[in-house]
Design a protein around this ligand. Structure first.
Ligand code: SAH
Ligand code: SF4
Length: 376
C-alpha cells in the first residue's frame, strides 16, 4: 500500500490557517463540503484516501473533481504527529514515542499476539485524575490530544508496520495509553467513528475498547455515541479503598458507576464490560476482597481482567505474587465470572501505563534501549 506524506513545501505559518483534514470525521467533512456546495458523499472518498489508503496528498485523490481538488489545495492540510523514537521488545511488542506539536510526547504501543495485533493509544498528555498507582497520574495534566493526534497514532503505526513488512496488522485498538479518554470526549468519539468505519479502519466493535476510570455522565453519553467496547478501571471492591486508589470515585461512587455499567450493556445481551483490576500486594488482592468484588458485579454483564501492577520509580505499591493473583482469579471464576490475568509483555510495555521514556526493562530484567527510528 502506498503512502504519501504532506507536502513539505507548505510553509508552517500557512498550515496554521488551514483546516487539518485529519481532525474530521466523515460527518464533519460532509458538513464542510456541503457548505462549499459539494456533494456530501465526497467526504467518504476523502476519508478513504486518508485512512484506508494513507494518501495525504490532494493531487493524488484522483476520483475528486478538479474544482474540489483546487479548493482543497488552497484551504486544507494533513498534519500528523510524529513517531520520534521506537523501541522493540524481544516478544515483538513495539513502543513509540509520539511527538506532538509544541513539544509534548505521548506513547503508543503495538502488541502482537497470535493472529491479533493490539494498538494501545493515548488520548491526553498526562492525566488529571491522579490514581495513586499510575505514573501518568503523577505527571499531572498537560493537554488534550486533538482527533488528528489520536487517530494519527493509528495512522502512523499502520504506516510503520506496513513499512516493516512483517505481516503485522492492527486488529484491536484500546484507549489504555496515557490519559483519561472520557475527559477528551469529542476527539475520542470522532476517533472511534473512524476506527469502526468501513471506509476508514474497518475494525469490529468488539475489538475497539475505551478504558475509563469511571466518569459516569460520560459513560451514560457514550452508549449513545458508539458501539465500541468499554473497560472500567475498577481496582477495588468498596468505596473506601477505591476512593484511595482512584480519587474520582469520590465524585462517582461505586453504586452510581455500577448502575451506569448495568445500563451500558444490559445483562442478557452478548456484550460484556471489561473490569480491570490492578493487583497491588496487600492492598486490594485479598480473598475477602475477591469475594466482595464478585458480589459487587452481580447482575452486570462483566468480564474481569487482573492486571499485574507495573512498577515505576516512586511507586508506593508492589505487585501481588503470582499465587495470590491466581487465587484471586479462582474465587472470581468459582463465582461464575470470566476472569483472566493479563499476560505481561516484556513487563516494560504492558498496558502502556505511562511508563514513559527509557527507564524500563525487558522480561529478563535487562535494561533495553530506545532505538531511534529510521527516518527514510
Ligand atoms: N485513564 C484510563 C485509561 C488509561 S490507563 C483508565 O484509567 O482506565 C489504562 C489502564 O492501565 C487502567 O486500567 C489503569 O488503571 C492501568 N494502570 C495504570 N497504571 C498502572 C500500573 N502502574 N500498572 C498496571 N496497570 C496500570
Ligand atoms: Fe489517569 Fe487512568 Fe492513570 Fe488514573 S489510571 S491517573 S485515570 S491514566
Amino acid at each position: 500500500m502506498s503512502a504519501s506524506l504532506p507536502d513539505s513545501d507548505i510553509a508552517a505559518e500557512d498550515q496554521k490557517e488551514r483546516l487539518n483534514l485529519l481532525d474530521f470525521t466523515e460527518e464533519g467533512l460532509g458538513d464542510l463540503l456541503q457548505s462549499w456546495g459539494e456533494p456530501r458523499y465526497r467526504a467518504r472518498q476523502i476519508i478513504q484516501w486518508m485512512h484506508q489508503r494513507r494518501v495525504l496528498d490532494v493531487d493524488a485523490m484522483t476520483d475528486l473533481s478538479k474544482t474540489l481538488r483546487a479548493r482543497l489545495s488552497e484551504s486544507v492540510c494533513f498534519k500528523l504527529p510524529e513517531f520520534s523514537e521506537e523501541h522493540c521488545s524481544r516478544d515483538g511488542t513495539r513502543k513509540w514515542l509520539c511527538q506532538l506539536a509544541g513539544g509534548p510526547v505521548v506513547e503508543t504501543v503495538y502488541i502482537p499476539e497470535g493472529n491479533r495485533g493490539t494498538l494501545c493509544i493515548s488520548s491526553q498528555v498526562g492525566c488529571a485524575l491522579n490514581c495513586t498507582f499510575c505514573s501518568t497520574g503523577r505527571q499531572g495534566f498537560d493537554r488534550n490530544l486533538s482527533q488528528s493526534e489520536i487517530i494519527g497514532q493509528v495512522w502512523l503505526a499502520q504506516h510503520r508496520l506496513a513499512e516493516l513488512d512483517a505481516g503485522n496488522k492492527i486488529t484491536n485498538v484500546v484507549f489504555m495509553g496515557m490519559g483519561e479518554p472520557l475527559l477528551n470526549y469529542d476527539p475520542v468519539v470522532g476517533t472511534l467513528q473512524l476506527l469502526l468505519s468501513d471506509y476508514a479502519y474497518g475494525l469490529s466493535k468488539y475489538r475497539v475498547t475505551v478504558s475509563t476510570s469511571g466518569l459516569v455522565p460520560q459513560i451514560n453519553q457514550l452508549k449513545n455515541d458508539t458501539t465500541a467496547a468499554l473497560a472500567i478501571s475498577l481496582h477495588a471492591p468498596n468505596d473506601e479503598l477505591r476512593t484511595e486508589l482512584v480519587p474520582i470515585n469520590k465524585k462517582y461512587p461505586l453504586a452510581m458507576l455500577i448502575q451506569a455499567c448495568r445500563d451500558y450493556f444490559p445483562e442478557g445481551t452478548s456484550r460484556h464490560i471489561m473490569f480491570e483490576y490492578v493487583m497491588l500486594a496487600g492492598v486490594n488482592d485479598q480473598i475477602p476482597q475477591a469475594k466482595a468484588l464478585a458480589r459487587l458485579l452481580e447482575g452486570v454483564s462483566a468480564k474481569i481482567n487482573l492486571i499485574p501492577f507495573n512498577s515505576h520509580p516512586g511507586a508506593r505499591y508492589t505487585c501481588s505474587s503470582r499465587e495470590q493473583i491466581e487465587a484471586f482469579r479462582d474465587v472470581l471464576q468459582k463465582a461464575g465470572y470470566i476472569a483472566t490475568i493479563r499476560r505481561t509483555r516484556g513487563e516494560d510495555v504492558d498496558g502502556a501505563c505511562g511508563q514513559l521514556a527509557g527507564d524500563f526493562q525487558d522480561r529478563t530484567g535487562r535494561k533495553v534501549r530506545w532505538i531511534k527510528r529510521d527516518k527514510n
